[in-house]
Design a protein around this ligand. Structure first.
Ligand code: GUN
Length: 292
């Protein structure tokens, strides 16, 4: 094992233990528990796994949870009505609408319908706008970007003044992360499928964050020696040597990049567990906001 691994599993466990204690203390004091409602539409297997992991993590720390699993053909009106009902339910302190949604649904208007103080994913467009604005704090920091920032802080990566390159511009990870790193005074470049000379740009990165969903796309020759490398990808690739017939790899060719990076997140065990830990943290924050 390389010694420069950024251990998301370990950090996430300590955050989870901390939250568990906070909830135990609340219960001992007769205070209410946080409650998370998750909404999953359709039967995308990856989304199903993500939601299941989130619910298990809630159970483990004492966050009450209600899971809505709705059919693929659920209408906009039905979802809108469910979100309104959850917005008005005081036992539900956080609402998570798992993405992506089936194509016939209008994602933006559904995310906008989630009450700002229950928007534990931070995907309400008003919250996203607040991320972009200087001097204004978002109500919630989206979970994966929040987890990445926690990892960079924990491993003492200098952020202010660093060249940070974010490969991928999704609404869930790349774009909010680029905005947050800018707020942290990094010099940020966002790369995407139309970027020219990508390796030339990634080689400038003191902090390289990759979220494109392409297995082992970033190779050692694309990485500056001494860079912090954060791999957001979770890709399943065929592997006949495994009983399951597959293995999970990131967007970064881990073994070779680990040879040049100052520090690197593994897949699994890097960003993934931190996303869940940040969801739990945001759900605690939602409870505090509900009590204000
Ligand atoms: N789909 C992939 N990641 C996420 C996430 O963090 N939250 C939600 N709601 N959907 C996702």
């Amino acid at each position: 094992m390389t010694s420069n691994i950024i251990d998301g599993k370990k950090l996430s466990q300590s955050i989870r233990e901390d939250i568990k204690k906070q909830i135990e203390t609340r219960i001992a004091q007769g205070k209410s528990q946080p409650g998370l409602a998750t909404i999953l539409v359709g039967d995308d297997p990856a989304s199903r796994t993500y939601v299941r992991n989130k619910l298990r993590a809630c159970d483990a720390v004492g966050i009450r949870n209600i899971s809505y699993e709705l059919p693929q053909d659920t209408s906009q009106e039905e979802l809108d009505a469910l979100i309104k009902q959850l917005n008005n339910n005081p036992d539900v302190t956080g609402i998570l609408l798992q993405l992506p949604l089936p194509k016939h649904l209008d994602e933006e208007s559904l995310l906008a319908a989630i009450k700002l103080i229950k928007d534990v994913d931070g995907f309400n467009p008003i919250n996203v706008g607040r991320i972009a604005l200087r001097g204004i704090a978002p109500v919630f920091v989206p979970c994966t970007p929040a987890g990445i920032l926690e990892l960079l802080r924990e491993y003492e990566a200098p952020i202010a003044g660093a060249n940070a390159v974010v490969v991928g511009r999704s609404n869930i990870v790349g774009m909010p992360l680029a905005l947050l790193l800018t707020k942290e005074n990094a010099t940020v470049t966002i790369c995407h499928s139309k970027t020219k000379n990508l390796p030339e740009i990634t080689r400038q990165a003191d902090i390289l964050i990759v979220a494109i969903g392409k297995p082992e796309f970033i190779t050692a020759d694309m990485v500056k020696p001494g860079a912090y490398v954060i791999d957001v990808g979770i890709n399943s690739v065929d592997d006949s040597s495994r009983k399951s017939g597959y293995r999970l790899v990131g967007d970064v060719a881990f073994d070779e990049v680990a040879q040049v990076a100052k520090a690197i997140t593994p897949v699994p065990g890097g960003v993934g567990p931190m996303t869940i830990a940040m969801l739990l943290k945001n759900t605690m924050r939602a409870l505090e906001l509900a009590e204000q």
